[in-house]
Ligand binder design. Structure first.
Ligand code: HEM
Ligand code: 2DC
Length: 469
């Protein structure tokens, strides 16, 4: 007998009381740990209501498969109201991140061709490789300046710049110059705004932004200020490309970047293009940089593994005579390392969909329209899903073990991460260059945990030492 929806275990009857308890646990920054705990208490499915946020939570890959089969033709994630409220407030269009239904699909189809289809990879690689080389040159210079033949630092600011430079070079076909000593203060401001934007979003998952706006709450004001900074900087970049396109009419000789390609294609309105380009630019900074930081941290903790990866990269370099596109096909262990980083340190604590049809999971009936969440962080650490989950083992992604609905760091299906190809390529190129140039070490045996600021971030600075090979 299938059990009814109302029998799913969990606390879903009084959202206000649950919110109060959630706040007592400092839930805003512990969401990933609270989810893990809930799975321990209730088992592989639980229902929950915190504030006005109601969901059914699952953890098994087999159940994830059922969820994604019921996502329909216009897959819809949790509506992040803080983000839509800002756009409504400032009268700005939603980009592909926030659109839904047919409007989302028609935009996404066009964007896919320019951003995530295999045909554009060849255009991105030379741009990203240049940024990778500049990053390495910058680190060499920093090492020289210390006079100690090594550089010990918290790399996060440098990685933010690397990530913004990379995504901008792909979007705009030109460099911002963030690998230089003196950088545009506007670009630094943009980076700071993204961090604030994410941080101020998390409380608004549980407390309606409309309410916070009404009472003039600081988190709403800070959130607005952060998005204003993001949109102003993106607008400047977009205007710049627009002007250049008008001046040098005709078909460009080299690849002009995603924005110019979209403008010339003329299939989306300028406003739609601007909205999605802004989201791509903002989505492309903290996500990849933090994943790279976690990867360097894990490599520093596993020196033998680091040598193994270095050997793979050297062999790939020799076999492909330096042709980066070829090289990227010969580094399965490096790719495994990135998957392993996202398993233990996912950017997104969960994936969610409003299901479009009734489903049965763990023998419970779940009606169409329910928000169902896959606990990605919890799944990555579940010994039933990943044997010895605490161990960082890139090789687990090579073996014949099943990967069925286990590699979900970028989400799934037609609504998966639009920046996925950019992110993967940018991160692979980064690791290739770093492994070829430096040994990464870590000072002491400090364990670093995650903290939730909408995306999962290291809870404290990660200090790494880079030494030239
Ligand atoms: C959506 C993860 C980097 C832009 C998503 C989603 C996840 C994700 C989990 C939701 C997918 C779903 O619901 O199935 C990541 C990770 C990254 C990364 C782990 C890097 C390590 C990037 C980059 C960009 C980007 C570099 C921009 C260049 C976007 C956009 C969406 C999205 C625009 C919304 C797509 C849509 O709704 O159609 N990302 N992301 N992401 N990401 Fe990323
Ligand atoms: C956060 O409970 C936790 O890729 C919530 O590049 C559920 C939730 C909903 C949407 C998720 C979000 C979580 C984490 C950050 C994600 C976001 C969708 C896209 C966004 C995963 C899991 C991200 C980081 C985008 C951000 C783009 C940018 C313009 C804001």
């Amino acid at each position: 007998m299938v059990r009814p929806f109302s029998e799913i275990p969990g606390l879903w009857k009084n959202g206000v009381v649950n919110l109060y308890n959630f706040l007592k646990l400092d839930g805003f920054k512990n969401l990933h740990r609270i989810m893990l705990q809930n799975f321990n208490t209730y088992g592989p499915i639980y229902r929950e209501k915190v504030g006005y946020y109601e969901s059914v939570n699952i953890i098994n890959p087999e159940d994830a498969a059922i969820l994604f089969k019921a996502e329909g033709n216009y897959p819809k994630r949790l509506n992040v109201e803080a983000w839509t409220s800002y756009r409504d407030y400032r009268n700005r269009k939603y980009g592909v991140l926030l659109k839904n239904g047919e409007d989302w699909r028609s935009n996404r189809v066009i964007l896919n061709k320019e951003v995530i289809s295999p045909k554009v990879l060849g255009n991105f690689v030379p741009l990203l490789e240049e940024v990778g080389q500049d990053f390495v040159a910058r680190v060499h210079k920093k090492i020289m300046r210390t006079g100690q033949n090594k550089w010990t630092t918290d790399l996060s600011q440098e990685l933010f710049k690397y990530a913004l430079e990379s995504v901008s070079s792909v979007l705009y076909g030109e460099r911002l110059g963030l690998m230089l000593d003196y950088i545009d203060p506007e670009a630094q401001h943009f980076i700071n705004c993204i961090t604030v934007m994410f941080k101020t979003t998390s409380p608004m998952l549980y407390i309606p932004p409309a309410l916070l706006r009404m009472v003039g709450a600081k988190v709403w004001r800070d959130h607005v200020e952060a998005w204003d900074g993001i949109f102003n900087q993106a607008d400047r970049c977009i205007q710049n490309i627009n002007r250049q396109l008008r001046l040098e009419a005709g078909t460009p000789k080299k690849y002009p970047g995603v924005l110019a390609s979209l403008l010339m294609l003329d299939k989306l309105s300028i406003e739609d293009i601007k909205a999605s380009i802004t989201e791509l630019m903002a989505g492309g900074v903290d996500t990849t940089s933090i994943t790279l930081l976690w990867t360097l941290y894990e490599l520093a903790r596993h020196p033998n593994l680091q040598e193994e990866l270095r050997a793979e990269v050297a062999a790939a370099r020799a076999e492909s005579q330096g042709d980066m596109l070829e090289m990227l096909k010969r580094i399965p262990l490096v790719k495994g390392a990135l998957k392993e980083s996202l398993r233990l340190h996912p950017v997104a604590v969960s994936l969610q969909r409003y299901i479009t049809e009734d489903i049965i999971i763990q023998n419970y009936h779940i009606p169409a329209g329910t928000l169902v969440q896959l606990g990605l962080y919890a799944m990555g650490r579940d010994p039933k899903v990943f044997p010895r989950p605490e161990q960082y083992q890139p090789s687990r992604w090579l073996r014949t073990e099943t990967h069925y609905f286990r590699s979900l760091g970028f989400g799934f299906g037609p609504r998966q991460c639009l920046g996925r190809r950019i992110a993967e390529t940018e991160m692979q190129i980064f690791l290739i260059h770093m492994l070829e140039n430096f040994r990464v070490e870590k000072e002491r045996h400090v364990e670093v945990q995650s903290t939730f600021e909408l995306i999962l971030l290291p809870e404290k600075p990660i200090m790494l030492t880079l030494k030239p090979l």
